[in-house]
Design a protein around this ligand. Sequence first.
Ligand code: AMP
Length: 219
Amino acid sequence: MNIILLAPPAAGKGTQSALLENYYQLCHISTGDLLRDALKQDTEEAKELKEIMAQGKLVSDEMILKLIENTLTTSNLKNGYILDGFPRTLKQAIDYDNLLKKMNQKIDYVLCLDIDKEILKKRIVGRLLCKNCGAIYNEYFEVSRPKEEGICDKCGFSLIKREDDNEESFENRYDLYLKETYPLIEYYQSKGNLYHVPFADTPNQVFEEIKSIIGDKHD
Ligand code: AMP
């Protein structure tokens, strides 16, 4: 089973991917994570990439396609996978369709997470990340604030902000989403495999909505 998660920045794609990964034993492929790994290299290309990502701009379609093709052809994905953050442009979606044809594979579900812009902004601007264990907190929402300011509840390491988690970058990323990624909803709707996942208060409630779409068909 192959799934695409389609949603604006900070809609919870990472969290839902982890829940899907665990429940359906799928592999989680996040282009954002793959790119952040690539940033660790000490090359000119990595410096350029860092600049693009910090400004909330999109990395070139060519580079992303190479990254995806490489991941899909070299990883063990026998149970299927969840794509988180890809495709993000119509060109990426069309090239990805061609790649799927070549690999004799298909996408089963395109899940669109519906969520309000103001909630997204708070999620991004307030997001804090543990640099040791990866736990995520938010200074704007009481339920997800760390008990001690700036310190991870789980492992005691200090919390950091992702470089691209600021208001200017959010507005850029949201505008880009509307311009480049939102049209994919219609693209997949016309192919007949798009499902809207309504907003809910907690990640588990959102996941229940997802299970009500996928669960019955695979139990
Ligand atoms: P994310 O973790 O999905 O929010 O991605 C972080 C950043 O990586 C984005 O703001 C883009 O700069 C870049 N990125 C991730 N996925 C893609 C993609 N499919 N196409 C272009 N840029 C991407």
